[in-house]
Design a protein around this ligand. Structure first.
Ligand SMILES: Nc1nc2c(ncn2[C@@H]2O[C@H](COP(=O)(O)OP(=O)(O)OP(=O)(O)O)[C@@H](O)[C@H]2O)c(=O)[nH]1
Ligand SMILES: [Mg+2]
Ligand SMILES: [Zn+2]
Length: 296
């Protein structure tokens, strides 16, 4: 019996990394009946006489699990966020950030395509970025996207961690990985075509060894609608609100209609970003109106 990490999954096979080798495995029958689907990043026990014909025996307990992209046991996520083409959406960014906060994954925000902005647009973006930095998020947004200092700083952060790439299709996830490790030679797409046809250049999640970090390249999405938290959890997923909420008059304040709410006051005073609060209200509504998922 060996233990390893699922590196990728393809039509019923699971490739497992163990002692610097990759073993192709299949899930055993009784294993499949238990309805836990193995995902990339899972720590597993498996048996293998050779590297081609192994069997998955057990999934070890997960530290966390993201649904989109489907990866388990993640330390960090690089949220690749296009500054232009496709246009920057703070709303889309916030959707991803709360999903990461909910699973205790550290987000690193990486802005791609800053080279396509005019100076004026770039200055505007920097104001928004300042807001995210104040919350405590690390943001990478060099004027010149693949400048060596920025790549080195990012790599330094990622080293030794299990990381997932996350972001819209065409945002530049695979392109960034190719800059971090040119030997990967990942396929990258033509953005305009990808958005029009809703096609992904990257088709499957796979963990790659990138200079001492295990990083999952993932297929992007065209919209992000995954809200698997409750309305009561939601305020805790906005760190700047969570920090201030002790000053709200009511315990468990949802910062919506309650009187003497410190969060609403901070929004009015410009201490909390209005766009973040508006997104909070929108997500609250979306979750409140979600049909319960009985299958869970
Ligand atoms: N100008 C510019 N183009 C970029 C940048 N980053 C990525 N691109 C281009 O954007 C297009 C899409 O990049 P990909 O790396 O394939 O995007 P992806 O996020 O991996 O997309 P999926 O695999 O479909 O999820 C490619 O044509 C890249 O060359 C950037 O910083 N600046
Ligand atoms: Mg890709
Ligand atoms: Zn409040």
């Amino acid at each position: 019996m060996k233990t390893g990490i699922i590196q990728q999954s393809l039509s019923g096979f699971y490739d497992v990394i163990a002692d610097e080798k990759i073993y192709r495995t299949r899930a055993r029958g009784n294993f499949r009946q238990r309805k836990i689907k193995p995902v990339v990043g899972d720590h597993v026990e498996f048996s293998a006489e050779n590297q081609q014909e192994g069997y998955l025996l057990k999934i070890l307990p997960r530290r966390n699990q993201l649904v989109r992209p489907p990866v388990a046991n993640v330390d960090m996520a690089v949220v690749v966020t296009s500054a232009k083409e496709p246009a920057f959406s703070a709303n889309l960014l916030d959707r991803q950030l709360i999903a990461l906060e909910a699973q205790d994954v550290t987000p690193l925000i990486y802005f791609s395509k800053t080279d396509l902005l005019t100076d004026e647009e770039y200055q505007q973006l920097l104001l928004t970025i300042e807001g995210y930095r104040k919350i405590g998020y690390q943001v990478y947004a060099a004027r010149e996207p693949f400048n060596p200092d920025q790549l080195a700083n990012l790599m330094e952060e990622l080293k030794g961690n299990i990381v997932t790439m996350m972001g819209q299709t065409g945002a530049g996830k695979s392109t960034l990985l190719n800059h971090l490790a040119p030997q990967l030679k990942l396929a990258t797409g033509e953005i305009s075509q990808a958005l029009q046809r809703g096609r992904h250049t990257t088709r499957k999640v796979s963990l790659l060894d990138v200079n001492g970090a295990l990083i999952a390249d993932t297929p992007g999405f065209s919209s992000y609608e995954t809200f698997d938290m409750t309305v009561n959890d939601l305020p805790h997923l906005f760190p700047e609100m969570a920090k201030i909420s002790a000053a709200c008059k009511f315990r468990g304040c949802l910062h919506i209609k309650e009187p003497q709410c410190a969060v609403k006051e901070a929004v009015n005073n410009g201490i909390i970003m209005k766009s973040r609060y508006d997104d909070y209200l929108q997500f609250h509504e979306l979750i409140a109106n979600q049909k319960p998922n009985y299958k869970k």
